[in-house]
Design a protein around this ligand. Structure first.
Ligand SMILES: Nc1ncnc2c1ncn2[C@@H]1O[C@H](COP(=O)(O)OP(=O)(O)O)[C@@H](O)[C@H]1O
Ligand SMILES: [Mg+2]
Length: 263
């Protein structure tokens, strides 16, 4: 069971060149895959093709062997800035919208709604408040609860941490980790994936609509996405001083590596 993209290209109507060119990918059940690249590199377009929200101009996508439009129940998608699309009177109604729309019986809708709210770590006391009145970070969690309420096997998150403060980003990273631990396949588009490098299985790098790297995150693949960090720079400087530290993305991993190298 997997998600497969074969030679997928997409051209927006009226646009000059393609936004995605000949992308081929296979994402296995339970994987956490981060799609990164500079602004305009095609991240949103690619994940929208993978989720069947737009149809490739060329090539094909299949989800567990089916066309994405036939696999709706298997897919959850949170668009970029999803909090702008919260419109129901209460958090409960907002999260219940998807399962209700699928025609599930009311007691099943209630059960799924409660479970989704618990999964994202929002207090059930907030179920009766208006989603628009919540903090920015909580709105983002509600939006993710909406995307997972019908228990999709494949969850797509487009820039889930964009615009959030440190605490909000930490919560989203923790949530992604727990969804993966619960067996969900999670595909995240992010121009700033540093928070996810320690927990993701694969980094797919796009450049000008083409997949230019696909594998475990490495300093080289990040470089192709134009990404560096203080931690990566520090590791590089230590290596150039003859201190044999490993590639590390988080300060914690680098600290461990320095201790090891100095032993
Ligand atoms: N609705 C649209 N119509 C025309 N071109 C678009 C549209 N959306 C995105 N594009 C173009 O497609 C390319 C890829 O965009 P996008 O997938 O949004 O990139 P990213 O998510 O990596 O920032 C960019 O050149 C962008 O300008
Ligand atoms: Mg985007």
């Amino acid at each position: 069971m997997s998600l497969k993209a074969e030679d997928v290209s997409y051209r927006y109507p009226g646009a000059g060149g393609p936004a995605i060119s000949s992308a081929s990918l296979e994402i296995g059940k339970g994987e956490l895959v981060v799609v990164c690249g500079k602004n305009g590199s095609g991240k949103s377009t690619l994940i929208r093709c993978l989720a069947g929200l737009i149809k490739p101009s060329q090539g094909r996508v299949s989800i567990d062997g089916q066309a994405p439009e036939k696999a709706r129940r298997a897919i959850g998608f949170a668009v970029q800035f999803p909090e702008r699309a919260l419109f129901e009177r209460t958090v409960c109604d907002e999260v219940a919208f998807g399962p209700r729309n699928m025609g599930l019986p009311p007691d099943e809708v209630d059960r799924l709604t409660g479970q989704a709210i618990d999964a994202v770590g929002i207090s059930r006391d907030l179920m009766s408040v208006a989603p628009r009145s919540l903090s920015y970070g909580r709105k983002r969690l509600v939006a993710i609860a909406c995307a997972i309420a019908h228990r999709p096997g494949y969850l797509f998150l487009d820039e889930p941490a964009a615009g959030l403060d440190y605490e909000g980003r930490t919560r989203i990273t923790g949530l992604i980790k727990s969804l993966k631990a619960a067996g969900m396949t999670v595909i995240v588009a992010s121009h700033d994936p540093l928070d996810l490098l320690d927990i993701c299985d694969r980094l797919v790098v796009l450049d000008g609509g083409r997949v230019v790297a696909d594998g475990p995150p490495s300093v080289e693949s990040l470089g192709r996405a134009g990404i560096t960090s203080d931690t990566i720079e520090l590791a590089r400087r230590l290596q150039s001083c003859g201190i044999n530290v490993r590639e590390a993305f988080s300060p914690e991993a680098l600290a461990d590596s320095i201790v090891e190298a100095l032993k």
